[in-house]
Write a protein that binds this ligand. Structure first.
Ligand SMILES: O=C(O)CCC(=O)C(=O)O
Ligand SMILES: [Fe+2]
Length: 363
């Protein structure tokens, strides 16, 4: 008989929230419990669409996990870092540059940030089909819970959000859902991520940037809100604003693939991670994410049948016939990220060319 109790693992204690006064982005809060009926969805669709067009970020509340379920997932999120030896981490390291896939560990110091300084963060990535790869011993008893978490986020968060965004384009409400099958071939995955405090020298040489300004390459990223302030988004006014922690809320942002599919209507948001405020600087920072992509085979060309896009005008980064598939785009971006030589531009950003499309990086 299967055990009725979940495996015992250490409880992860979240650092206290900051008392500093920070300039926070004012983001919309989408109450997913209101999206159960068509009337509610129509109202929510306007709100979500507006949020994606302005900040490209919004919060989701009432997504169906209790605070205790979320807390349990943060306990699980810490296991790949605190519960696995460095030898075993090495064994399960992702071969990012060769395979263009993050599955496995991204070791600390793999990416170059600035002035010879490398990152101090590690992550462990698991495809929603948790059986696709082998996992470290400490993670194996937790795979059932990790898969249930992937399913929850896929069906109770990703799909409802995609319905709102499709309605915002006046498309049939499953137009985007149909591109994101749970069982299709594709990379949509769970990420556990841990940031470690850095030396003063590293902080100085990188101007406190821990993860450079970037857009995510998928359609939507679901970030389970956590207490250490460090994430910032670049506003339309050109200033960075902090993302405020909201208990048991999710932070949703748009990535490149959604920008391509919507012909620039929904913008991939530029965001970065910086050193936390002074009262949180001695803590590690644990992240829990679900990175969403369309099925691998989908060509990332604008959904030009959308009446909204027809009215608003479609921005193409490449001709439709040359549009990369989700597979080509994610592999190109993953292989190059933090490894390729970037070209400085006169605007002060840095650039690289992936699949014929210019990708910008920000400090
Ligand atoms: O740690 C965070 O809050 C954001 C991380 C991030 O932007 C990423 O992994 O793409
Ligand atoms: Fe990101």
């Amino acid at each position: 008989m299967p055990s009725l109790t979940v495996p015992q693992i250490p409880h992860y204690i979240s650092p206290p929230v900051t008392k500093e006064t920070l300039e926070y982005a004012e983001l919309a809060v989408i109450d997913l419990s209101k999206a159960d009926d068509a009337h509610g969805r129509a109202a929510m669709a306007l709100q979500a669409s507006e949020a994606m067009r302005t900040h490209g970020f919004f919060y989701v509340v009432n997504h169906g996990y209790t605070p205790e379920q979320t807390a349990r997932m943060f306990d699980i999120a810490d296991v790949p870092f605190s519960g696995v030896s460095s030898e075993e981490k090495h064994t399960y390291t992702a071969r990012m540059k060769d395979t263009g896939s993050y599955q496995g560990y991204k070791p600390r110091q793999y990416w170059h940030i600035n002035n010879g300084v490398h990152d101090q963060l590690e992550h462990y990535n698991i495809n929603r089909d948790v059986t696709k790869r082998e996992h470290p011993e400490a993670i194996r008893p937790l795979l059932g819970e990790i898969e249930a978490f992937a399913r929850h986020t896929h069906f109770n968060v990703l799909h409802p959000v995609l319905r709102l965004l499709a309605l915002g384009l006046e498309l049939p409400e499953d137009a985007l859902v149909d591109l994101h099958g749970f069982s299709s071939v594709g990379e949509t995955y769970v990420r556990f991520m841990k940031y470690y405090p850095r030396t003063q020298d590293e902080e100085l040489k990188t101007k406190n940037v821990w993860l450079k300004g970037h857009t995510d390459f998928g359609t939507i990223t679901v970030l389970y809100s956590q207490s250490v302030a460090a994430l910032q988004i670049l506003g339309r006014d050109g200033t960075w604003k902090w993302i405020k922690h909201m208990e048991n809320a999710l932070v949703i942002n748009a990535g490149d693939a959604l920008e391509f599919l919507s012909g620039g209507y929904y913008k991939a948001t530029i965001h970065r991670v910086v050193q936390p405020p002074v009262d949180q600087q001695n803590h590690t920072r644990l992240g829990l994410f679900y990175f969403c992509m369309t099925d691998d085979a989908i060509r990332l060309a604008p959904l030009s049948e959308s009446p909204v896009l027809q009215r608003a005008g479609i921005i193409r980064r490449v001709e439709d016939v040359d549009a990369p598939t989700m597979e080509a785009w994610r592999k190109g971006r993953t292989s190059a990220y933090g490894q390729s030589a970037l070209k400085a531009t006169y605007e002060g950003t840095e650039e690289e060319l992936i699949n014929g499309v210019v990708v910008k990086h920000y400090n």
